[in-house]
Design a protein around this ligand. Structure first.
Ligand SMILES: Cc1ncc(C[n+]2csc(CCOP(=O)(O)OP(=O)(O)O)c2C)c(N)n1
Ligand SMILES: [Mg+2]
Length: 324
């Protein structure tokens, strides 16, 4: 059987060894109520966090995925609870899309009872069932490859999905992982959230060539996604993810996305106009325009729900961790 990538290309195009075809941006956004509610919940959750940090009510730091929420929401629709998910420093959306548990994550970040990791993981270091996040860039890739090897042997059909940013391509562990994942045919799905910036460095200033080219160098298939249309993304990726499962082959899915917020809490180095331009292309503004009445209703509901949970969690006693 040939790779499914060929089926998505034009009838007359010969199948390439590695597909790097872009999906055309889809103007309309088709969202069912559940997906939209989840995206709005993630947004409301992170806006609340920034508000709490801004008022000095939370300590430490946090990185928000404002603008990128649709990626984990789209991906979770393609994943099985028995797949493993590896997340990074910008991982609230990854966690919330998987577990729909704002209370547990608030409690973790606030250090309150009911915290997912008893309050010792905070924003960036969460472990729950088959989900693990780390604030160390690139650290998750070799671990995910090891888990993918285990899944290939012990649970065929399952995969390991790892989220990384464009800046993480500066880490050597990425290439060691691509090499082994390709040689050993591991069911590893690498989701790249290419938001065009790494902390304060624009992608063209830190990345020579392209992510597609780097995947191609290891004979790893690559797919570029430029739309934020959740249904369209799932439609495009469904056969490719099925291929990763059935043929145990690595795949890189690169999303061209936008980071609307600062790198962490308040350290945006970009000109205001540049951020404003990104906001105008944000899914939030575009969804609001499609069906304003439905959007307002769901957004108000998500914000009220998050306000209520944040207040309830903040009033809980501190979390306690005991050495096992
Ligand atoms: C090994 C390592 N080096 C540096 C950092 C500091 N750091 C945290 S996030 C980040 C930029 C990450 O950029 P990217 O991978 O594009 O992800 P994004 O923040 O854009 O989502 C850096 C340099 C780190 N966490 N780990
Ligand atoms: Mg980035």
């Amino acid at each position: 059987m040939t790779r499914p990538f060929t089926g998505l290309m034009s009838e007359t195009t010969a199948a390439p060894a590695v597909a790097t075809m872009a999906v055309s941006p889809v103007e309309s956004i088709r969202l069912d109520e559940e997906d939209l509610s989840l995206m709005l919940t993630i947004r409301a959750f992170e806006l609340k966090l920034l508000d709490l940090y801004g008022r000095g009510l939370l300590n430490g730091t946090t990185h928000t995925c404002l603008g990128q929420e649709y990626i984990p929401v789209a991906m979770e629709g393609l994943l099985d609870p028995r797949d493993h998910v590896f997340s990074n420093h910008r991982g609230h959306g990854h966690y919330l899309a998987r577990f729909r548990d704002p209370a547990g994550l608030f409690a973790e970040i606030m250090g309150r009872e009911g915290a997912v990791c008893d309050g010792v993981g905070g924003s960036q270091h969460i472990r729950r069932e088959r989900f693990l996040s780390t604030g160390v860039q690139g650290e998750s890739l070799p671990v995910a490859a090891g888990v993918a090897l285990h899944l290939k042997r012990a649970e065929p059909g399952r995969l390991a999905c790892v989220y990384i940013g464009d800046g993480t391509f500066g880490e050597g562990a990425v290439y060691e992982t691509f090499n082994i994942a390709s040689l050993w045919a591991l069911p590893l799905l690498v989701v790249v959230e290419n938001n065009g910036i790494a902390q304060s460095t624009p992608t063209p200033r830190h990345l020579a060539g392209s992510i597609a080219g780097r995947a191609a160098a290891f004979d790893v298939d690559h797919r570029l996604i430029e739309t934020s249309d959740v249904a369209g993304i799932r439609h495009t990726l469904e056969p490719l993810v099925a291929w990763v499962r059935s043929h145990s082959a690595p795949l890189v899915v690169e999303f061209v996305t936008r980071r609307l917020g600062p790198h962490s809490k308040g350290d945006d180095t970009r000109p205001d106009q540049a951020v404003q331009d990104l906001r105008e292309r944000d899914w939030y503004a575009r969804c609001a325009a499609v069906d304003p009445e439905r959007f307002r209703r769901l957004d108000a509901r998500a914000r009220a729900h998050i306000d209520e949970i944040a207040a309830e969690v903040a009033a809980r006693p501190p979390s306690r961790w005991e050495r096992p």
